[in-house]
Design a protein around this ligand. Structure first.
Ligand SMILES: NC(=O)C1=CN([C@@H]2O[C@H](COP(=O)(O)OP(=O)(O)OC[C@H]3O[C@@H](n4cnc5c(N)ncnc54)[C@H](O)[C@@H]3O)[C@@H](O)[C@H]2O)C=CC1
Ligand SMILES: O=C(O)C(=O)CO
Length: 321
């Protein structure tokens, strides 16, 4: 009998076909209040699940007694309770590396959009406010040849450093759990303490995973240490930032702006003050969301899933730290 698999995220037909070669697939394009009851029902005899961002905790796992593999279509895996999965001998997998370049493009996009105020000026043009020569009130600040501080220089952080240094002539400071000699050699990246990075950078880009250690790692003290002219970019996870402290820092002028792809609550609530600040550019957690990259991620996640269900060690098994 074929293993039973739930795909709970919209993926390309080719991905479903690939999984169907070896598994019996139940497919939900989206999980919402309409589809969730049926999803829970299917979970009872599912051997594998494939998707992203679903909170896989004790409560959910109690509903899935047959589960063998949880395959994330994401590199981040803060949605998974790893000790609980490991106790139940359930394999967990993710999709590292193949999204590095795409997410780094998003980071550069947020930096440029915030510094050069592109969404604000787009609105200005489209609402007929371009009536005279450009006034200095619409000017932005340079990105090129500034200092970029990257907190968490892993796969994505290194791709950001490459773009920023080789493309934009920026000086790179970084803070990480360990030294990245490759980035030091290729992009002149300089390792420093978190405090030094915050004090010296014109742009601070947060790119760590969300873990108990990194939860709210950017808080009141950290924003106060940044230059008043500095711009903060977060493309990691919303919970790595104390969002109230960020809002305060922006309102008080402690920092000049922010480009944010991720938020404490997703989707963000419409009364969140960040949505009403001109110096904040937001995107809806689309760091890796291009057709090409999302297809590759879903296919890799499908390969991880099938390999685990066939009794092999999946290529991207998440190992307990
Ligand atoms: N906005 C989006 O759509 C996306 C967000 N992400 C997020 O980005 C994160 C990073 O992804 P990758 O670069 O692929 O991971 P990675 O594992 O290659 O790099 C993460 C880096 O963070 C460093 N780090 C971890 N804890 C730290 C700490 N306490 N202080 C300083 N550095 C620390 C690690 O040493 C590592 O170098 C993911 O875990 C995910 O949460 C990833 C892809 C897309
Ligand atoms: O891969 C991740 O961790 C994401 O957030 C989506 O690409």
């Amino acid at each position: 009998m074929k293993p039973k698999v739930i795909i709970y995220k919209k993926v390309d037909r080719k991905v479903i076909d690939f999984v169907q070669e070896t598994c019996d697939v139940t497919y939900f394009e989206n999980l919402d209040s309409d589809t969730y009851p049926e999803f829970l029902h299917s979970l009872k005899d599912a051997h594998g699940i494939l998707g992203s961002l679903l909170k896989v905790d004790k409560t959910l796992l109690d509903q899935a007694p047959q589960l063998k593999v949880v395959s994330n279509i994401s590199v981040g895996y803060d949605n998974l309770n790893l000790p609980e999965l490991s106790e139940r001998r359930i394999l967990a997998t993710n999709t590292p590396e193949l999204l590095n370049e795409t997410v780094a493009d998003t980071v550069m996009g947020l930096m440029l959009s915030t510094a050069r105020r592109i969404p604000e000026l787009d609105h200005w043009v489209k609402t007929g406010q371009w009536k005279s020569n450009l006034e200095s009130q619409w000017f932005g600040v340079d990105v090129h040849h500034k200092v970029l501080g990257i907190i968490g220089l892993g796969g994505i952080g290194a791709a950001v450093a490459q773009r920023a240094n080789l493309g934009f002539g920026m000086d790179i400071l970084y803070h990480n759990r360990s030294r990245n000699e490759d980035a030091e050699q290729k992009y002149g990246a300089t390792y420093c303490s978190m405090d030094e990075l915050l004090e010296k950078s014109d742009f601070v880009c947060l790119m760590t995973p969300h873990t108990p250690e990194t939860e709210k790692m950017m808080g009141k003290r950290e924003f106060e240490m940044m230059k008043n002219s500095a711009i903060f970019i977060n493309c990691s996870r919303g919970k790595t930032v104390d969002e109230e402290a960020l809002i305060h820092a922006l309102q008080a002028g402690e920092i000049a702006g922010a480009g944010l792809d991720v938020f404490t609550m997703e989707p963000i609530e419409m009364d969140n003050p960040l949505l009403y600040m001109k110096n904040v550019v937001t995107t809806p957690h689309i760091g890796s969301a291009t057709h090409e990259t999302r297809f590759k991620m879903a296919m890799l996640a499908a390969e991880n899933l099938v390999s685990g269900l066939m009794g092999e060690i999946p290529p991207n098994l998440i190992k307990a730290r």
